[in-house]
Design a protein around this ligand. Structure first.
Ligand code: ATP
Length: 287
């Protein structure tokens, strides 16, 4: 199964609740590149252990820690079945701890594969199980442009948004802890409450120039301050002709939006040349 990634076209952190969770207004945009590849082999035994195979350093192989393993346990608990013996093969292409939701997407893929095999949960139960595993996991069950509110649990799919936005990514290989990023947030980093509506309207009109104006991330201010490389990458996006450049999620992946695929293709060459060591992802040719 091909497992998509995401960027947040808007991540508006509105408030920190007394329980420590943050209230958000976010717009998820799914990407087919980069994508992980995931398969599950069931060895036929109805009970047994979950094995995770993955060669990427930093990805936990212990099923109690890896979101793929957690997904198996959560599905079986919700469906009230014993955990089946299985091996999950995971080929990672989505940068780890890169703000692109890789773990959550793998998690949603496992839930879907289990549902395909056992078909024991209703859509509502599947969505609830996904939410119990992470605020952005329900989004990955659909992989369509979506807006999420609350602490991420109020998900609505957005209609009439172009699915092939000219987006280029610059993925750095150092991790940023989401916990750290949220700890840096202060109320001054919140955008106006109507920013998401304005962004959605611009996207629906395919007015990318206006959309670029409303793209934003409340977690970006602290990350750009702490990691100068991110500011260098952002500046290069603008030099390459991007309409805007912003951090995705808690970073460190930075994305740029262009006016067309042709501009993006030219920019990709520029970015690859000027940012050695940074993975430039996107465009027509690369898969
Ligand atoms: P988000 O955008 O949802 O905040 P992220 O893209 O920044 O997430 P992930 O790649 O999902 O971050 O991984 C965060 C951490 O989760 C990793 O450092 C890793 O230890 C752990 N993890 C658990 N399962 C997985 C998985 N299947 N793939 C990658 N990381 C995983």
């Amino acid at each position: 199964m091909i497992v998509c990634s995401k960027i947040n076209l808007l991540l508006n952190v509105l408030n920190r609740r007394s329980d420590g969770y943050h209230e958000l207004d976010t717009i998820f945009f799914p990407l087919q590149n980069p994508a992980d590849e995931l398969t599950i082999d069931f060895n036929g035994d109805t009970t047994g252990s979950v094995t995770i195979q993955c060669d990427t350093p930093g990805v936990p192989l212990d099923p109690a820690s890896n979101l793929c393993g957690k997904a198996v346990y959560a599905y079986c608990k919700a469906a009230e079945i014993p955990v089946p013996a299985c091996t999950i093969h995971l080929e990672k292409h989505i940068p780890c701890a890169g703000g692109m939701g890789g773990g959550s997407s793998d998690c949603a893929a496992v839930l879907q594969l289990l549902q395909e095999k056992f078909a024991l949960l209703t859509d509502v139960q599947l969505a609830e199980t996904a939410l119990s595993l992470g605020a952005d996991v329900p989004f990955f069950l659909h992989c369509k442009p979506a807006r999420a509110g609350g602490v991420g649990e109020k998900l609505s799919i957005l209609e009439n948004i172009p699915e092939d936005l000219p987006i280029l990514l610059a993925a750095s290989d150092f991790p940023i802890s989401a916990k750290w990023a949220y700890q840096q947030w202060t109320p001054s980093y919140a955008f106006p409450a109507d920013q998401s509506e304005k962004l959605i309207m611009a996207l629906q009109k395919k007015d990318l120039q206006t959309a670029a104006h409303y793209i934003g991330n409340s977690l970006a201010f602290a990350a750009f301050r702490k990691f100068p490389l991110l500011q260098i990458i952002k500046d290069e996006f603008y030099r390459s002709g991007a309409l805007c450049a912003e951090l995705s999620g808690s970073g460190p992946t930075v994305f740029g939006l262009y006016s067309s695929m042709d501009t993006l293709e030219q920019a990709k060459q520029y970015m690859t040349k000027h940012l050695p060591g940074v993975r430039i992802i996107g465009g027509r040719k690369q898969k």
